[in-house]
Unconditional design. Structure first.
Length: 191
């Protein structure tokens, strides 16, 4: 009986050490810095607005043109020339992220990520149907992304939650869960 308790305590310590290592270990990267340029992203998936009168599933468009993201270890900061989503388009949104896991694979001067898993929070202005209506309407999005890319081509998936005040519905907010699957043209530079 005494041996079993000691074995249980050792297993508990081993499990706790494994959990701490998984939570706080640095991401698997060849170098501290990474610069990622995504020329094009095109994808779609379902989104569900929790505040609509007739609650229904709609299409979550996930498209981007010319994205640039800089990473230092686990911290990510990026912007996009134009991002397209259900409420409309947003020019130069800002996204801040945290790398959970990544595995870079070198090809020539570049690196692919097989895979790249990260959490991200973004603020998108002007995303209200037309940027000319009110460029200060905001959409907030928090998401979890899993991506793979190699030789400039990639794919990914995102689970997200979006929130924005609805300018057409008065005091009610437009918010809910969304998911998307997308294809991309992308490359990474480690330095």
């Amino acid at each position: 009986m005494h041996k079993d308790r000691r074995w249980d305590k050792n297993m508990t310590k081993l499990l706790a050490a494994f959990v701490l290592l998984a939570l706080f270990a640095g991401p698997v990267v060849a170098k501290d810095y990474n610069l990622q340029f995504e020329l094009l992203r095109a994808g779609f998936g379902p989104e569900y607005d929790l505040w609509r009168v007739h609650k229904q599933v709609d299409v979550w468009r996930d498209a981007r043109v010319a994205s640039l993201a800089v990473s230092y270890r686990r911290i990510r900061l990026g912007t996009t020339f134009i991002s397209i989503m259900p409420p409309g388009e947003s020019f130069f949104p800002v996204e801040v992220g945290y790398t959970i896991y990544q595995r870079p694979v070198r090809y020539g001067w570049f690196r692919g990520m097989v895979p790249d898993v990260f959490a991200e929070v973004g603020i998108y202005w002007g995303a209200n149907g037309r940027i000319s209506d009110n460029p200060f309407d905001l959409l907030w999005k928090a998401g979890l992304n899993a991506e793979v890319d190699y030789y400039g081509l990639g794919a990914g998936t995102e689970l997200a939650y979006f929130y924005t005040p609805d300018p057409h519905e008065g005091p009610r907010d437009w918010n809910g869960p969304a998911a998307s699957v997308y294809l991309r043209i992308v490359t990474n530079f480690g330095f």
